[in-house]
Design a protein around this ligand. Structure first.
Ligand SMILES: Cc1cc2nc3c(=O)[nH]c(=O)nc-3n(C[C@H](O)[C@H](O)[C@H](O)COP(=O)(O)O)c2cc1C
Length: 203
């Protein structure tokens, strides 16, 4: 049983959620988990102007994902920052290279799940996850979100990410907010939940 977490993170928020998701997957016995990044599409000069060089360096030990690795996994959990209410271009580019998996039906019946991050509370987290699901459905994947069994998504005590669609964090207008304990708990829950369902599906 293999769970693949594949993500893009410019400033590290999605990376932190991805690590929490990985910890959640590890709670399920007999499941292997791999963490992968999608390839960068922006030149270093642009990343520098965007102030993203340091956070890219921090992730340099995370291997780049190959399309074939998607086909080898039993479940794939995708992480993307919001870009105008959609997935980021780096993730789109990677997914647009999965035509051969679509042709062979390599992902049909496998679990697909999505998590995200945005700067603002209502900046498009839900539209990002739901529009991402369209691609997963074209691949025949079985969509898994973050059920209300993770009750932290209902809290009114603090501003928080996470919804029935998937774990999320709010980076703040200037990107300085870090994922809260509640958001990290949601990410761990999603990882464990996906791994348990994938295990049942492959039984
Ligand atoms: C081109 C671009 C578009 C963005 N669009 C949105 C948006 O629609 N809503 C929002 O709240 N944040 C938006 N952001 C902010 C990113 O979502 C934010 O930087 C990201 O969630 C941080 O995650 P990361 O640290 O993993 O990169 C945008 C950022 C860029 C560069």
């Amino acid at each position: 049983m293999k769970v693949l977490i594949v993500y893009y993170s410019m400033y590290g928020h999605i990376y932190q959620l991805a690590q929490a998701i990985e910890n959640g997957v590890r709670q399920v016995k007999g499941v292997d988990v791999n963490l992968r990044r999608v390839p960068e599409t922006l030149p270093d000069a642009v990343l520098e102007k965007m102030g993203a060089i340091e956070t890219q360096k921090l992730q340099s030990q995370v291997p780049i994902c190959s399309v074939d690795e998607l086909g080898e996994a039993d479940a794939v959990i995708f992480g993307t920052p919001t870009r105008f209410g959609n997935m980021c271009g780096q993730m789109r580019q990677f997914l647009d290279g999965t035509g051969k998996l679509w042709m062979s039906g390599a992902l049909v019946g496998k679990v697909g799940s999505v998590f995200t991050s945005s700067n603002t509370q209502h900046g498009g987290q839900e539209s990002t996850i739901l529009s991402f699901h369209t691609t997963l459905l074209h691949h025949g994947m079985v969509i898994v979100g973050l059920p209300y069994a993770f009750q932290g998504q209902m809290t009114m005590d603090e501003i928080t990410g996470c919804s029935p669609y998937g774990a999320s964090t709010i980076a703040g207008g200037d990107g300085s907010r870090v994922p809260s304990e509640n958001e990290l708990a949601g990410a761990r829950f999603q990882g464990e939940h996906v791994a348990k369902i994938a295990k049942k599906l492959s039984a």
